[in-house]
Design a protein around this ligand. Structure first.
Ligand code: UD1
Ligand code: UDP
Length: 382
């Protein structure tokens, strides 16, 4: 335990850079900022630019530091080098008591490493996810193992994640099961939409265009699927869209390796809407209006079960086995024929659909951010 100076609040530097980190950290930032025991300093790497800014705006977060590192089609090594240098400089200037990172992105890994180089305690939100395959997802499995090896507090979303850390000999007292903050974020955005429905009305035109059709929502961006995987996914979507009763709404990730393939293969089809990335309220709206989600995303695997939406996961393995165990998620890989056959089963067989479409919440109860802040207070002795 580190005892902070009681004369001043503990300074927590929260570091993140991509859309999913922002979504999963804004509930913690809101909670830290509302708590006088803490001074919350926000540093964004802007590993993502537009997709990060979409979240910052809706969550009302104005960063104290913005490294603006994103470059088009950035490579892992150049990105990591920029992140490590830039985040280290921010830490030297901000002089935090502790550094918080989330998940397994390059920003989270570099933020953890830069803090470790300064012997600053690192608090890891969404700790302990493991696929046990360093190339699926790539490079996230190694990023999170690096953070796991240097973190001070490990906020595990589930008991499965906790068990993974204990198996790696992390001291049990350092691991806390908090739930996943993505459920806090989902509750928050749902409440915001109830209060201000105009936040999520932007899909009305598509809803009219596809009235009477069954909507499949799609997201895809994984690096290990670039090339052949993306081609297979596009082929599957083309075939699904041949069904007159089905429409696909696909907010396309800004990564050029995704956009090139999807624009070339899916533009101009009657039953496919390729659209720009949605802000979080509109994505929540898509989750509620679609019948099925088809995705290779991590966060969507957590949100869809919470909303009772069957989610077909275009990966060979998952570090989130809880959704599969609960029966709302199914691993389908990236083979086009397999994807089409799994979607067809859900569309054509009511019993199979109903078996998956049950709201189930293995990822948390929406109180994760509150628990994290309490645990931090306890750790610091305030
Ligand atoms: C990153 C994370 C991944 C996470 C994903 C969430 C790493 C190595 N990868 O992958 O773990 O699941 O974010 O989406 O940390 N781009 C834009 N504008 C944006 C965002 C991206 O133009 O707002 C384009 C840029 O050309 C950029 C490229 O997408 O170079 C790739 O971004 P990057 O963060 O390196 O990788 P992602 O595939 O997004
Ligand atoms: N999301 C969003 N708009 C979109 C697609 C996704 O707001 O157009 C949200 C989604 O609700 C989830 C998160 O982004 O919370 C997932 O991010 P992404 O798939 O980019 O990354 P991953 O979770 O795979 O790391």
């Amino acid at each position: 335990m580190t005892i902070s100076d009681p004369a001043r609040p503990a300074r927590i530097l929260v570091v993140f850079g991509t859309r999913p980190e922002a979504i999963k950290l804004f509930p913690v930032i809101h909670a830290l900022k509302a708590d006088p025991r803490f001074e919350c300093v926000v540093c964004v790497s802007a590993q993502h630019r537009q997709m990060l800014d979409q979240v910052l705006e809706i969550a009302g977060i104005v960063p104290d530091h913005d490294l603006d590192v994103m470059q088009p089609d950035q490579s892992l090594d150049a990105l990591t080098a920029r992140l490590l240098t830039g985040l280290g400089q921010v830490m030297d200037a901000a002089r935090p008591d502790r550094v918080m990172v989330q998940g397994d992105t390059a920003t989270a890994m570099a933020g953890g490493l830069a803090a470790y180089y300064r012997k600053l305690p690192v608090d890891h939100v969404e700790a302990g996810l493991r696929s046990y395959n360093i190339f699926h997802p790539w490079p996230e499995e190694v990023n999170r193992k690096i953070i796991g090896s240097l973190a001070s507090l490990h906020f595990a979303p589930t008991t499965t994640a906790e068990a993974a850390l204990l198996k790696e000999n992390v001291e049990p007292a350092r691991v806390h099961v908090t739930g996943n903050t993505v459920i806090d974020a989902l509750h928050w955005v749902t409440g915001e939409i109830e209060r201000r429905p105009q936040l999520a009305t932007g899909l009305a035109e598509l809803e009219t265009r596809f009235a009477g059709k069954r909507v499949v929502g799609v997201t895809s961006h994984r690096r290990e699927n670039f090339g052949e995987g993306m081609e297979q996914i596009a082929t599957a979507i083309r075939r699904i869209a041949e069904r007159p009763d089905t429409a696909v709404i696909f907010p396309v990730h800004l990564n050029p390796n995704v956009r090139k393939v999807m624009n070339a293969r899916l533009s101009g089809l009657d039953n496919v809407a390729l659209i720009e990335p949605l802000d979080y309220p509109h994505f929540a709206r898509l989750l509620s209006l679609c019948e099925i989600m088809l995705t290779d995303s991590g966060g969507v695997q957590e949100e869809a079960p919470a909303l009772g939406k069957p989610v077909l996961v275009m990966r060979e393995t998952t570090e989130r086995p809880e959704g599969v165990a609960a029966g709302t998620a199914k691993l389908v890989g990236t083979d086009a024929a397999r994807i089409v056959s799994e979607i067809s089963i859900l569309l054509d067989d009511t019993e199979s659909y109903e078996a998956m479409a049950r709201a189930h919440n293995p990822f948390g109860d929406g109180e994760a951010a509150r628990r994290i802040v309490e645990l931090l207070g306890h750790e610091i002795g305030i």
